[in-house]
Design a protein around this ligand. Structure first.
Ligand code: GDP
Ligand code: MN
Length: 405
């Protein structure tokens, strides 16, 4: 099932739907609203366009399960749409996917109701396109049981989940599309609409360098249209340089503030769940340092590569970011001065120490390479609670003492 560990950028449902629409894929139409007044205007617009009197107000957050958490609500007039939107906007929505802290709702999507004839003649499917690393191929995963969590379907009726593996030397074949539409039990117009939907979904997936496009529910309406009611999209971070219009969809409100701050300071930071923070230059040395921490009886609290151009400013930003983590009991700074001069890094550490103020945890510093001796003198004479270490073993012992103490 889709678990994404690669660098990805998530986007909102309304943005995902706009990508689909640009590739001719039919979606449950709607527009974004950031105020109750806008929600009312959108509903009036949808009424004019579709003659509908029922609207769906959907919280736009980077998490699913909104229906279960009260983030998807029906309104029976434009005035009611405004009322529902005003309650939803600004609320902290907790769903099975947000964690207990929930997520603040800043925007809602006001959509037209597409379940217009109630239960009769409607079907909810599941469909996703994703990269399957085990098979080294893209896969279209689909199921007759849409609407509920696909994990739940996998658990209770794994036989209801199908997948179509895409030939990586070629493309998605028409016969595969027909197979999917048949397996979903469709006929006539709905079957034809489904084949168009799948082709468009695949085109949208490839054209946007996505890692995942998941449509749940994928609806067959009572008049045999096939519509994306929901849309979850994860884009490949590494491809964003060639899609400025997609890169612009990034919503920093939805991302981990610490990681955003690190990116803004050109730091390569990954949060981990250990107790020893570390700041290192170069990814290789950073990995070795994490091993060292582990060997000393600690657990790395993060990966942090300050890069080749470490200076007082990056060192300070690094300290600030590491110290935001309440689990950190000690910090190990391990810098090899090749291009960077150790005395400059030492000056940066002392500077950061003074500006941040009141650093409670012991900081063990190992500076080796260009001007290491001068750096050690600076650290030792600074009068700060900084512990200088010279060798790797020395650093390990000092980390061990700090973690135990
Ligand atoms: P999620 O809970 O975050 O996955 O949000 P979805 O977009 O999947 O919506 C949740 C549920 O709301 C869907 O499974 C539908 O049952 C319901 N829903 C969505 N759109 C409509 C609609 O137009 N009319 C009605 N009656 N229900 C809808
Ligand atoms: Mn959904």
């Amino acid at each position: 099932l889709p678990t994404i560990k690669d660098p990805i950028m998530n986007i909102h449902e309304y943005q995902g739907k706009s990508i689909l629409q640009a590739h001719g894929v039919a979606v449950q139409e709607g527009f974004l609203a950031e105020t109750a007044e806008q929600a009312q205007l959108v509903a009036e617009e949808l009424r004019k366009k579709f003659g509908t009197e029922i609207f769906v107000i959907k919280a736009q957050i980077h998490a699913g399960g909104r229906g279960k958490g009260g983030g998807v609500k029906i309104a029976r007039s434009p005035a009611e749409a405004a009322e529902v939107a005003s309650k939803m906007l600004g609320m902290t929505l907790v769903t099975p996917q947000t964690g207990p802290a929930g997520k603040m709702v800043r925007k809602v999507l006001v959509a037209r109701d597409v379940y217009y004839k109630g239960e009769s003649d409607i079907r909810e499917f599941y469909m996703s396109v994703l990269l399957d690393r085990k098979r080294s191929a893209y896969v279209i995963m689909y199921s007759t049981e849409g609407g509920m969590d696909i994990e739940e379907v996998a658990d209770k009726m794994p036989q209801a989940i199908f997948s179509e593996v895409i030939d990586s030397t070629c493309c998605l074949h028409d016969f595969q599309i027909r197979t999917i539409a048949f397996n979903l039990g469709l006929k006539g117009k709905a079957w034809k609409e489904m084949t168009l939907f799948i082709r468009g979904l695949w085109d949208a997936f490839i054209a946007s360098d996505a890692s995942l496009m998941e449509i749940n529910p994928l609806l067959k309406t009572s008049d045999d249209l096939i519509l994306a009611v929901d849309c979850k999209v994860a884009l490949d971070d590494n491809s964003l340089f060639r899609h400025p219009e997609l890169a612009a969809m990034r919503d920093l409100n939805e991302e981990d503030p610490t990681e955003v701050e690190a990116t803004n300071n050109n730091l390569n930071y990954v949060k981990l769940d250990g107790d020893v923070g570390c700041m290192v230059n170069g990814a290789g040395l950073a990995m070795a340092t994490m091993d060292l921490i582990q060997l000393s009886g600690g657990k790395p609290a993060n990966f942090l590569d300050v890069g080749g151009g470490a200076n007082a400013k990056t060192v300070e930003a690094g300290f600030r970011i590491i110290l935001k983590d309440p689990n950190v009991k000690a910090i190990l700074v391990n810098i090899f001065g090749g291009i960077v001069r150790c005395d400059r890094v030492a000056a940066g550490i002392i500077e950061a120490y003074k500006t941040i103020g009141d650093i409670q945890v012991p900081v063990i510093v190992r500076l080796q390479g260009t001007n290491a001796t001068e750096a050690k003198v600076l650290i030792d004479s600074s009068g700060l609670k900084v512990i200088a270490a010279s060798t790797f073993t020395d650093a390990a012992e000092k980390v061990r003492a700090a973690v135990r103490g």
